[in-house]
Design a protein around this ligand. Structure first.
Ligand code: RFL
Ligand code: PHB
Length: 390
C-alpha cells in the first residue's frame, strides 16, 4: 500500500489534518489504534477558540457547530464567595469562544472523512513507524492477525501523549520539559441545565471548581481532587456536595443536580517535546505537548499545529517548496510555549497547592481581585483565553 501522508491517530489532530489534506488533493491514510465508538466515547475538551472555529468553517464543517455550539463573550471567576465576569468580547475587540464538545468536533470530522471516501483504518494493532530518518518511511500494523505495510512520503504523528510516534524518536534527538501538578480533575457530565450562562472558574480554599457545559440541557463540571482519588470513591451526591461548597452562595443555590452520565479523573501536566520534526516524521497535538485543561488550550493547540503542518505540506506538494516543513517545528513551538505559559499560570492561580498553605491562598485571592479590577490584567487573561494570533 502507498500514500503521500500516513497519519497516525484519529483524534482531532489526525482527523483535521486528514480533512485539510483531502481538500488540497493530497492523499492520506489515517491509522487508529481504537474503534470509532471508543474514540467518540472519550469526554474531553469543550471550548473552541476562533482560530479553531475558522479552521472547521474552511473545511466545510461549520454547519452543526454553528447550529448547536454556544457562543460565549465572557467567563466568570469565582473567588472569596464572589463571582466576577471577565468580558472577553469587550476586552479583545470583539472576540468570543465557542462551546462545542470535542466529541462533536470528532464526530463531524469522522462523518466528513467517510462521506469523502477517504481511507481510515481503525483497530490497528502494534502500529510501528520505520525509516522516517531516510527518504522512504513506512508504517506497519497488524489487523485480524495479518501484517500490513504502508509506504509514504511523510508520517504525521497525531497519536496523542501515549502514542507510538514520539516514542519512536531516539531519545538523544528529543528534548522534553515536564511539570506534573500535585492534583487531578474529577469531571462529571450530567443531563442538567448549566448553572450559569457562561463558564465559572472558581478558586476556593477547598480546591478549584469549574462549571462548564455542552448544551443548554447538558452540563460538565469539574473539581480539583487528590491524585490518588478513584472515581468509585466519589458518589454523585459527594461530588455535588463538594462542588456546591466551592461555589459562591448564589451559584450554589442555583445548581441543578442529577445523575452523572460520565465520571472520570484526569491528571494535570505540562509537557513539551522539542523539536516537533525528525526527518520525515512530524508531531502534532498531544503527541508533542500537553497542557493542563484550565485554559482550555489542548484541543486548540492541536488545531493550530494542524494549520501549520497542512500549510507546510500543501506548499511542499503544490509548489515543490520545503520552506514550510523546514520551519514547522519552530513556528509551532513559538505558539505552543505561549499556551503552555498561560495554562500553567491559570492553573497556578486557581488551584490549591498543598505546600503553599494560607499564604499561597491569600496571594491567589489578591491576584484575582487585582485581575478583575484591572483593565490591563483582565485584558491579558482575555487575549490568551480567546486564543493568541496564529
Ligand atoms: P488525542 O485526542 O489523544 O488523539 C490521539 C489519537 O491517537 C490514537 N492512538 C494511536 N493510534 C495509532 N497507533 C497508536 N500507537 C496510537 N496511540 C494512540 C488514540 O487512540 C487517539 O484516538 O490527541 P490529539 O488529536 O492531539 O487531540 C488533542 C486533544 O484531544 C487534547 O489536547 C485535549 O482533549 C486535552 N484535554 C482537554 N483539553 C481541553 O482543552 N479541555 C479539557 O477539558 C480537556 N480534558 C484532555 C482532557 C485530555 C485528556 N487526556 C489526553 C488524558 C481530558 C483527558 C482525560
Ligand atoms: C470543558 O467543558 O470540558 C472544559 C471547559 C473549559 C476548560 C476545560 C474543560 O478550561
Amino acid at each position: 500500500m502507498r500514500t503521500q501522508v500516513a497519519i497516525i491517530g484519529a483524534g482531532p489532530a489526525g482527523l483535521l489534518l486528514g480533512q485539510r489534506l483531502h481538500q488540497a488533493g493530497i492523499d492520506a491514510i489515517v491509522i487508529e489504534r481504537r474503534s470509532p465508538d471508543y474514540v467518540l466515547g472519550r469526554i474531553r475538551a469543550g471550548v473552541l477558540e476562533q482560530g479553531t472555529v475558522d479552521l472547521l468553517d474552511e473545511l466545510g464543517l461549520g454547519r452543526r457547530m454553528h447550529a448547536e455550539g454556544l457562543v460565549h463573550g465572557g467567563i466568570n471567576l469565582g473567588h472569596r464567595n464572589l463571582r466576577d465576569r471577565v468580558d472577553l468580547h469587550g476586552l479583545t475587540g470583539g472576540k468570543n469562544v465557542t462551546v462545542y464538545g470535542q466529541t462533536e468536533v470528532t464526530r463531524d470530522l469522522m462523518e466528513a472523512r467517510q462521506a469523502a471516501g477517504a481511507p481510515s483504518i481503525y483497530e490497528a494493532e502494534q502500529v510501528a513507524l520505520h525509516d522516517f530518518d531516510g527518504a522512504a518511511p513506512r508504517v506497519t500494523w497488524r489487523q485480524g492477525g495479518v501484517e500490513h505495510e504502508l509506504h509514504c512520503d511523510v508520517i504525521a504523528g497525531c497519536d496523542g501523549f501515549h502514542g507510538v510516534s514520539r516514542q519512536s524518536v531516539p531519545s538523544s534527538a528529543l528534548h522534553t520539559c515536564e511539570r506534573v501538578y500535585p492534583f487531578g480533575w474529577l469531571g462529571v457530565l450530567s443531563e442538567t441545565p448549566p448553572v450559569a450562562g457562561e463558564l465559572i472558574y472558581s478558586n476556593h480554599a477547598r480546591g478549584f471548581a469549574l462549571c462548564s457545559m455542552r448544551s443548554l440541557t447538558r452540563s460538565r463540571y469539574y473539581i480539583q481532587c487528590a491524585l490518588d482519588d478513584h472515581v468509585e470513591q466519589w458518589s454523585d451526591d459527594a461530588f455535588w456536595d463538594e462542588l456546591r461548597h466551592r461555589l459562591d452562595p448564589e451559584t450554589a443555590e442555583a445548581l441543578v443536580t442529577g445523575p452523572s452520565i460520565e465520571k472520570s479523573i484526569a491528571p494535570l501536566r505540562s509537557f513539551v517535546a522539542e523539536p516537533m520534526r525528525f526527518g520525515r516524521l512530524f508531531l502534532a497535538g498531544d503527541a508533542a505537548h500537553i497542557v493542563p485543561p484550565t485554559g482550555a488550550k489542548g484541543l486548540n493547540l492541536a488545531a493550530s499545529d494542524v494549520r501549520y503542518l497542512s500549510d507546510a505540506l500543501i506548499r511542499y506538494y503544490r509548489d515543490n517548496d520545503a520552506g514550510g516543513i523546514d520551519g514547522y517545528s519552530e513556528r509551532c513551538l513559538a505558539r505552543v510555549w505561549k499556551a503552555v505559559r498561560f495554562s500553567w499560570w491559570f492553573t497556578s492561580l486557581m488551584h490549591r497547592f498543598p505546600e503553599t498553605g494560607e499564604f499561597g491562598q491569600k496571594l491567589q485571592e489578591a491576584e484575582i481581585a487585582y485581575l478583575v479590577g484591572s483593565n490591563a490584567a483582565s485584558t491579558a487573561l482575555a487575549e490568551n483565553y480567546v486564543g493568541l494570533p496564529l
